[in-house]
Design a binder for this molecule. Structure first.
Ligand code: FMN
Length: 303
């Protein structure tokens, strides 16, 4: 067996595969399928300060090799997460990442402060959500808003801070550099791409929210490109995601510069995907006589 362990911001992961936020709940639904301890880590469903019921249905639609979602951050709120979900997750021997989101900077800070008193291992700050106090544009679409929220959350927590970037920007490297300079310990990318479909018989958008986030295998080349550009632009570790559905995809993402990967939409069509991908990474490394998965990070040889 190859050495699959990685270290990100001082946190040891037994392997580089992490179910992506919003696609794995709090892990409970998967425990009857496989032991959560097989996973490198778990990024849990995005948590806001208060409970949210999310958007009206329909809020999921299939697309060729992908899906659109407009779940709208449905979640039970940070207190429920800390009291009911985190103690269970912390009994598992895997890295627990709290994915957090807020409608303004203050909400993100308050969530981070509440997590400070817990044993959660890392925080992943989702900056793809709208900043309601600044016209509703997503924090992650402007350097100044991304900097401001990163700086404030940085000051509120001593936990390793991953900032999760939005791909819905002209130049993702500018945002990555901005959050790095405000103290992000790592960046993760990509979140979903904004998309839309219309039912031509009813002339209604297929999602009640009209638009939604596009993810799944169809977005993989976009994600690889953005991870490669970002890994070349920052010194902090990059966690890559977007369309990964096999161990070979994970290897490709790591060659582009990702130190670890997250696996999202594929889990809906193959619930065993995260553990399958771990063994496929191992098979690839053994086949190629590579001792450690760390040896492939950033090894793409651009023309
Ligand atoms: C149904 C669904 C819910 C999601 N919820 C969240 C969330 O709460 N927080 C977050 O940061 N990303 C969320 N995402 C984005 C994923 O974590 C991931 O960044 C994106 O789907 C790209 O990866 P994939 O193509 O492997 O799915 C969600 C994605 C899906 C499909």
């Amino acid at each position: 067996m190859a050495d699959l362990s990685v270290n990100i911001c001082g946190v040891d992961f037994k392997n580089p595969v992490i179910p992506a936020s919003g696609t794995f709940g709090y892990g409970r639904e998967y425990e009857h399928l496989f032991s959560l301890e097989k996973l490198g880590g778990i990024s849990v469903k995005g948590t806001t300060l208060k409970k949210r019921t999310g958007n009206l249905p329909p809020r999921i639609a299939e697309t060729p090799a992908g899906m659109l979602n407009s779940v709208g951050l449905q979640n039970p709120g940070i207190d429920h997460f800390i009291e009911e979900e985190l103690p269970y997750l912390l009994t598992k021997n895997t890295v627990i990442i709290a994915n957090i989101a807020g409608a303004d900077v203050e909400e993100c800070v308050q969530i981070a402060e509440k997590l400070e008193g817990t044993q959660v291992h890392m925080i992943e700050l989702n900056i793809s959500c709208p900043n309601v106090k600044q016209g509703g544009a997503a924090f992650g679409t402007s350097c100044s808003m991304a900097s401001q929220v990163t700086k404030s959350v940085r000051n509120a927590t001593t936990k390793p801070l991953i900032v999760k970037l939005s791909p819905n920007v002209t130049d993702i490297t500018e945002i990555a550099r901005a959050v790095e300079s405000e103290g992000a310990d790592a960046v993760s990318l990509i979140n979903t791409l904004m998309g839309m479909r219309i039912d031509i018989n009813t002339r209604r958008p297929v999602l009640h929210n009209n638009v939604g986030g596009f993810s799944g295998p169809a977005v993989f080349p976009v994600a690889v490109r953005m991870v490669w550009q970002t890994a070349n632009a920052v010194k902090i570790p990059v966690i890559g995601m977007g369309g990964i559905s096999s161990g070979e995809d994970a290897i490709e993402m790591m060659m582009a510069g990702a130190s670890a990967v997250q696996v999202g939409a594929v889990t809906f069509s193959d619930p065993f995907a995260p553990v399958r991908i771990i063994s496929e990474i191992d098979e690839f490394l053994n086949r190629k006589n590579i001792d450690s998965v760390r040896d492939i990070v950033g090894t793409v040889k651009p023309w």
